[in-house]
Design a protein around this ligand. Structure first.
Ligand SMILES: [Zn+2]
Ligand SMILES: [Zn+2]
Length: 234
């Protein structure tokens, strides 16, 4: 079946995410847009995923447990998991690699963990705008330990991407998919070599994708999406 997705959306928990990106607003906008599958990938944390997943389920939208990690190399990597438990366990390990600097909301933005009624339950204390002290190789190993898959984010963007920061995509990472930023040209070598994810990277509600990017899956399940990203079938 053909399923429309947007696997890169930021909530109010990301410092750069608008305060309007509450769980209910995200899910309702995804519903209005006609999306089948979404992933909320906040910077270096997944603490709003569970709530968003429960709300989305009521509207028939599948949520992939996810996160956008900023590695030591300042490269952004999307990480997707098969279960919320795996995402939570991954985050507990990630906590050992955080730089212990507090967020300054007035400079960097709010970091709101929210409940199902869009009530703030916590100001996430540490600055999520910073990298975690973990390398690309270490990240791949850690995500795979929890059964997940990595997809480099916006590889063709001029900052915080593999191409901007490394200049190339390491073969050793054995990647099947990369995410391409739709508003910038991408090298043909990348377009030809990898499966391509096209997401909104929405930090505000209206930017969440229209139903224009789809994947062909046998069933609408998290496992089917993760398998698709692990084993590209052309
Ligand atoms: Zn990013
Ligand atoms: Zn992002």
């Amino acid at each position: 079946m053909k399923l429309f997705y947007d696997l890169h959306v930021h909530s109010s928990l990301s410092p750069c995410g608008s305060d309007e990106m509450t769980p209910n607003n995200i899910v309702n906008m995804a519903y209005l847009k006609g999306l089948d599958i979404i992933s909320v990938t906040d910077h270096n944390t997944g603490k709003n995923c569970n709530v968003i997943s429960r709300l989305a389920e009521k509207l028939g939208i599948l949520v992939i447990p996810g996160m956008e990690i900023q590695t030591k190399e300042e490269v952004h990597i999307l990480c997707y998991f098969t279960h919320m438990d795996a995402l939570d366990a991954f985050e507990i390990e990630l906590d050992q690699h955080r730089i212990q600097m507090l967020n300054r909301p007035e400079n960097f933005g709010n970091q709101w963990v929210m409940d199902e009624d869009d009530i703030k339950v916590e100001d996430y204390p540490l600055a999520l705008i910073l990298s975690v002290s973990i390398s690309l190789d270490q990240l791949k190993a850690l995500v795979e330990k929890f059964g997940g898959v990595i997809v480099p984010a916006h590889v063709n963007k001029s900052s915080n991407s593999m191409l901007s920061n490394l200049g190339f995509i390491p073969e050793t990472l054995d990647l099947k998919f990369v995410e391409v930023f739709m508003n910038a040209p991408a090298p043909k070598s990348i377009l030809d070599h990898y499966g391509l994810l096209k997401n909104s990277d929405a930090h505000t509600l209206g930017i969440i994708s229209e139903p224009e990017n789809s994947m062909e899956l046998k069933e609408k399940t998290i496992n089917a999406v993760i398998d698709f990203l692990k084993r590209r079938t052309l």
